[in-house]
Design a protein. Structure first.
Length: 449
């Protein structure tokens, strides 16, 4: 090899490393002070008067990490338990109230931001006060700030559940009167009504959702990184799958990969369904042995800096699609790609559906029985907030496109899902780093050890 060729090789190696290294070591960055200022100003600017009161999460889920309430985090940046945030529209002041911890609490779980003298400036807060002062603050200041309390009357969403799904789960658990306790939010609302009868309570959720649905530059940067690491993780999972192996081994490969790349963990219980399980939309037992000739459907996304991701890939366990699997796969893939090609600002979901139907007709493919389709918004929640019905696409929206066909009688379930960002002229696929073309999938699987 002459010097020139050697230099060229070195350059190519360095260029490849430059692409790979940031993807493999995605840092948690969080959000800047300016981001919180911008969000709060937009919120109080839209409600115009009164006081917005938001309550934080009360504790960690069983065997899980503490994860702050989405709405609360969006405006506070605070990741401590049992906090209250107050934002006053007339003055722009923002107070965070936090519990005063006992020495034992601090020893066991660490101190909250009440003990962090730099937090007030870092999060652009007027002040951080002990929680025991919250009612005194309201009593002293309500007349000055306006007798309207904006609170969350609709359900809060969760990392893996839309507001409506949280409501649905409440309804389901309430089918027995032993489980029909009201939510924390319901209780807080009645307490505020009792304590401050002079105030009018108003719904804050539509104002919050109008902001959350359009992603900022900083959020887009996090979502892009999450798209990349989640895609690389699904790729790892595909390589870890094999006939005779277990569904949970596939899950383990993806979870391990995103943890290594900086994520907090999965954004929802990973779905790995082989054979008949590929037809169960949200199958998550992930305990079956994968047989040869079967399909494996994996639905996975990471939670990075409180932003989620959503990917589904379906592949043949043995490495080659059967003719029947291939035909069905091609139909789902054509629908998915036609959706992506149609997405651009100004179009409605009805326009997109019509464009897809036209494309399928031209291709002579019949997508009857298709489910999933346009999917849902993605952000702090994997089923994020946003308008319902005939949605008008806007620049900065992030959506999952997830068409699927299920044939339980054949044990064939095929779903192909990508998360996309609506850009000025079209859309950007955030999860493109995991193959979905038939030949690409077969090539990747042929390289398994
Ligand atoms: N991961 C859940 C969904 O695709 O909506
Ligand atoms: Mn999904
Ligand atoms: Mn989805």
């Amino acid at each position: 090899m002459n010097m020139r060729t050697a230099r060229r090789h070195l350059f190519l190696c360095l260029a490849a490393l430059a692409v790979l290294v940031p993807a493999l070591h995605a840092q948690r960055t969080g959000f800047s002070r300016d981001e919180y200022v911008r969000r709060r100003q937009a919120l109080v600017g839209s409600v115009k008067d009164g006081v917005v009161i938001l309550f934080g999460e009360t504790g960690a889920p069983p065997a899980g990490h503490f994860r702050q309430d989405n709405d609360f985090f969006y405006f506070s940046g605070c990741r401590d338990a049992n906090a209250i945030l107050v934002m006053a529209a007339r003055t722009g002041e923002t107070f965070l109230f936090l519990p005063q911890q006992s020495p034992r609490e601090e020893m066991v779980g660490g101190s909250n931001l009440l003990k962090d003298s730099a937090a007030k400036d870092r999060l652009a807060l007027s002040d951080i006060q002990p929680l025991s002062y919250f009612d005194e603050y309201l009593a002293r200041n309500l007349e000055r700030l306006g007798l309207v309390l904006y609170v969350r009357l609709s359900p809060g969403d969760a990392v893996d559940e839309a507001r409506s799904e949280v409501g649905l789960m409440t309804a389901r658990r309430s089918r027995t009167h032993y489980n029909d306790q009201l939510s924390f939010d319901n209780y807080r609302i009645s307490k505020l009504r009792d304590r401050y009868p002079q105030c009018e309570l108003r719904e804050i959720v539509p104002f919050i959702d109008a902001l959350r649905v359009i992603k900022s530059e900083e959020e887009i940067a996090v979502l892009r990184r999450n798209g990349r690491i989640s895609a690389l993780a699904v790729r790892e999972a595909m390589l870890a799958s094999r006939p005779g192996g277990f569904e949970y081994e596939v899950e383990a490969a993806a979870v391990g990969a995103v943890l290594k790349m900086g994520a907090r963990g999965p954004a929802y219980a990973p779905i790995v369904g082989s054979g008949p399980n590929s037809c169960i939309w949200h199958y998550e037992k992930n305990e079956r042995r994968i047989e040869k000739g079967e399909l494996v459907l994996m639905d996975f996304g990471a939670d990075l800096d409180m932003m989620t991701m959503d990917i589904t890939r379906t592949w043949p366990a043995s490495g080659k699609f059967s003719d029947e699997q291939r035909d069905i796969y091609r139909t789902v893939l054509e629908v998915q790609k036609a959706c992506i090609a149609a997405f651009r600002p100004g179009l409605t979901s009805k326009d997109v559906r019509e464009a897809v139907a036209l494309h399928m007709k031209k291709k002579g493919l019949d997508p009857r029985g298709l489910s999933g389709g346009l999917g849902h918004f993605v952000g702090l929640s994997v089923h994020d907030v946003g308008p319902h019905g005939d949605v008008v696409l806007k620049e900065g929206m992030v959506m999952a496109i997830e068409p699927a066909l299920y044939y339980p009688e054949k044990a064939i379930g095929i779903r192909i899902e990508d998360t996309v960002l609506i850009t000025r002229n079209g859309c950007e696929v955030l999860t493109a780093d995991v193959p979905k073309e038939i030949d690409e999938i077969e090539r990747l699987l042929a390289g398994r050890k």
